[in-house]
Design a protein around this ligand. Structure first.
Ligand SMILES: Cc1cc2nc3c(=O)[nH]c(=O)nc-3n(C[C@H](O)[C@H](O)[C@H](O)COP(=O)(O)OP(=O)(O)OC[C@H]3O[C@@H](n4cnc5c(N)ncnc54)[C@H](O)[C@@H]3O)c2cc1C
Length: 242
């Protein structure tokens, strides 16, 4: 039996300096009502949401997913807080069915050591313009990593120099190594839309970095929280949200 309360405020590391944590959820883990029950109850609203026993409830969830009666999954809601590099946020915010709040580089000075440096350098795929395939050999990779670190350090030093001259934070940040800067943000999304996000971003053709966050979100939080809904979703090859 998973301790759902323990899932709250327990960040899971992602990439070199990032993490994702579940801040809040509906139903709240302390309510004693499971997310799977909420889906069943809302689908059976005409009968005042009565459970017909574990096996019948499970079959109902599978039926709903299979036949794309997806609105009951909208009554389960997650709020995540995560620290991710801008290259990940850039893709994540395209998912319009989530609500977002992000820290503001206009409001606070961005810290010195909060940049993403990849462990490996992937090579450009030859047959897919958006994808990567294989890795740069280690000696060249080490050189490139050192170059990126130096580039980040130089950009950050210029940022500090601009701030010291009195330049506004909103403009001084033009010097930063943009795509690699880590930002902290909040995301709230219901389960139906989370499945849609996860199907797209856990897929093989999603960029590795966002796939790492989507996988952590699913495995560490969504699946323990709504296990039967996830079982039904997985049984359709993760295509159940369409
Ligand atoms: C592998 C991959 C590569 C990508 N490459 C690019 C790229 O090169 N360039 C680029 O710009 N984007 C790219 N994207 C982003 C992609 O086009 C979508 O914006 C993103 O995946 C969000 O999907 P969505 O619109 O279905 O999700 P959401 O925004 O969460 O919307 C969910 C669903 O709600 C409905 N919906 C939401 N808003 C509207 C609306 N305004 N009108 C009608 N229906 C709506 C649609 O049915 C939609 O599927 C890529 C995504 C992936 C996964």
């Amino acid at each position: 039996m998973v301790d759902l309360l323990a899932l709250l405020n327990s960040p899971v590391p992602v990439l070199d300096r990032g993490w994702i944590e579940l801040i809040d959820a509906m139903p709240h883990p302390s309510s004693g009502v499971s997310a799977d029950n909420v889906v069943v109850s809302s689908a059976r609203v005409s009968r005042l949401g009565e459970s017909k026993g574990a096996e019948a409830d499970r079959k109902l969830i599978h039926y709903l997913m299979r036949h794309k009666h997806l609105s009951p999954f909208e009554h389960v809601v997650f709020t995540f807080r995560l620290k991710a590099p801008l290259v990940v946020w850039w893709q994540w915010v395209r998912h319009r069915t989530a609500s977002y709040n992000l820290m503001s580089g206009r409001y606070v000075e961005l810290p010195e050591d909060e940049y993403y440096i990849p462990e490996t350098w992937r090579l450009q795929a030859l047959h897919n313009r958006q994808a990567s395939a294989g890795e740069l050999p280690s000696d060249a990779a080490e050189r490139l990593t050192a170059e990126l670190s130096a580039h980040i350090a130089r950009g950050h030093a210029l940022y500090k120099q601009a701030l010291a001259l009195g330049v506004a934070r909103e403009q001084a940040r033009l010097f930063l190594s943009g795509f690699s800067v880590y930002y902290i943000g909040y995301i709230t999304q219901n389960l139906r839309n989370a499945f849609h996000f996860l199907r797209l971003r856990m897929a093989e053709d999603a960029q590795y970095e966002i796939r790492a966050y989507a996988t952590a979100m699913y495995q560490s939080f969504v699946k323990p929280f709504a296990p039967i809904c996830c079982e039904a979703w997985e049984s359709l090859g993760q295509g159940g949200d369409e």
